[in-house]
Every structure is written in structure tokens, then in C-alpha cells.
Design a protein around this ligand. Structure first.
Ligand SMILES: [Zn+2]
Length: 253
């Protein structure tokens, strides 16, 4: 008679490959550096494939550096963001001018993002974790929650001519062509992109936020950037056949 064996460990559910049958993406986040910490390796792969990607930032991140007053910090972080975007093939970077740290979820934010979606007419919209916490019990910031939620909502608002009629009056016709909203940094991802081809550029893209990183950590900036992005990609890869990955939670429309 054999001893009862313990159950084998349950493999975590595997992530699906992200859809690739689209041409234009718009990434909408709260702050400079959100996309570089979140999903720049995927953006690099997309622009390599000839897809257009544009960035919209709700704020200039002017409250992000303790030692730098907002009037000086905002323009500096805007420059760092444009440089970081260029590294992964993104030349269109827009700032909505909301105040860093106190971005309010509501109709004004939804309207600004819906307007951006109508300007760029993306099939894929990308944003950052909109939930109260990151994986585990690390509290998220109110700006990420507000912008992420408003972006999920604005994907629908952009196609409705009656919700923000003032946009059509400005020449921004409804765009109902958003097929998915992909949330980076989600604790419950569903899809992924192979991070390997874009990972080195993602590191350099994050390194463009040098002033921010130097204020954030005593670690060497390159060690910090490479270490963070490699850890996250390796962890996601455990659910993507062992391939380092950028994971997204995909909401279909
Ligand atoms: Zn942020």
C-alpha cells in the first residue's frame, strides 16, 4: 500500500498573447514614468512592428520630487518623458495639465481623455492599474486610480455623441473604434507581450527619468531600472510559458 501523495502544485493560469490585429494605440496615464515602469518593453515591440503609439499624460508629475519645486519640476519631467518615449519609438506625447497628486475622477477628466481618444482614434487604449492596491497590500496612488478608471470609462464616452456634445462642436467627432483597454500593472492580468525584444530599450527609456530616479533611490539608476524591469518581466513570464513578459489585464469592448 502506497502512502497518499500530496497534490502537485497548481500551475498559475497562463496569460494569452495580446491581440496584434490593430494599428493605433493610445496610452493614457497619470504621470511621467508610469509607462516606463509599466509597459515600455511592449510599446517598443509594437512600434517595431510598425504600429503607431501615442502617449497622453494627465499631469506633468510636478509634485513627484521632494527637493524640486513644482514650477521647475514640471518642465523637467516633461522633457524626461518626451525623451523616454522617443527611446521606444513614440514621438507624440501630450499633457492634459491636471494637477499632480490631486487628479480628480469625474466628468472633466473623462472628457479630456475622451477628447484625446477622438483625436487619435486608437483601436487599443492602454492605461495603468486603476485599482486601490498593487498586488498584495501596497496602496495605489489616487492619481493612478482616477486616471485608470476615467480611461476605461472614456473608451466608451469617446463613441457617444451625447455625453460630451461640446467635443463635436470642437471638431472632434465620435470614435467608437476602441476594441480593447489594456491595464498594465494589474494584479489580475489576462494577456501578455514578449518583453525580450524591447527590454533593453525599456531600461533606457526608464533611465531617461534620471532626475526622478536619483531622487527616489540611492541605488545606481541603471541598476535600479534594469533590476526593476527584469524582476517584473520574469515574474510575469512564470505565467507566459517562461518567456519574460509585460502583462496586461485586457478589457474587450
Ligand atoms: Zn505614477
Amino acid at each position: 500500500m502506497t502512502e497518499p501523495q500530496p497534490d502537485p502544485p497548481v500551475a498559475p493560469p497562463q496569460l494569452e498573447p495580446m491581440p496584434e490585429d490593430w494599428r493605433r494605440a493610445l496610452a493614457v496615464v497619470a504621470h511621467p514614468d508610469d509607462l516606463e515602469y509599466g509597459c515600455a518593453a511592449a510599446v517598443a515591440a509594437w512600434t517595431d512592428a510598425g504600429k503607431q503609439v501615442a502617449y497622453v499624460l494627465a499631469t506633468r508629475g510636478e509634485a513627484g520630487i521632494d527637493t524640486l519645486e513644482p514650477e521647475r519640476c514640471g518642465p523637467l519631467r516633461e522633457r524626461e518623458q518626451r525623451a523616454g518615449a522617443a527611446v521606444v519609438g513614440v514621438s507624440v506625447v501630450e499633457f492634459l495639465g491636471h494637477r499632480d497628486g490631486v487628479v480628480a475622477y469625474g466628468p472633466a477628466l473623462r472628457r479630456d481623455i475622451a477628447a484625446a481618444i477622438r483625436r487619435h482614434r486608437p483601436e487599443l487604449v492602454v492605461t495603468l492599474n486603476h485599482r486601490d492596491t498593487w498586488d498584495g497590500n501596497a496602496w495605489n496612488t489616487p492619481d493612478h486610480v482616477a486616471v485608470g478608471r476615467a480611461t476605461l470609462d472614456a473608451a466608451a464616452d469617446a463613441g457617444n455623441r451625447w455625453i460630451f456634445p461640446e467635443l463635436a462642436a470642437q471638431g472632434l467627432q465620435p470614435w467608437g473604434g476602441v476594441r480593447w483597454v489594456a491595464v498594465a500593472g494589474s494584479a489580475t492580468p489576462t494577456h501578455a507581450v514578449d518583453a525580450r525584444p524591447g527590454l533593453e530599450r525599456a531600461v533606457r527609456s526608464l533611465l531617461e527619468h534620471r532626475t526622478y530616479i536619483e531622487a527616489l533611490t540611492d541605488e545606481d539608476p541603471e541598476t535600479h531600472a534594469r533590476g526593476f524591469l527584469t524582476r517584473v518581466a520574469t515574474a510575469a513570464g512564470e505565467r507566459f510559458g517562461g518567456t519574460p513578459a509585460v502583462a496586461f489585464e485586457l478589457f474587450s469592448r
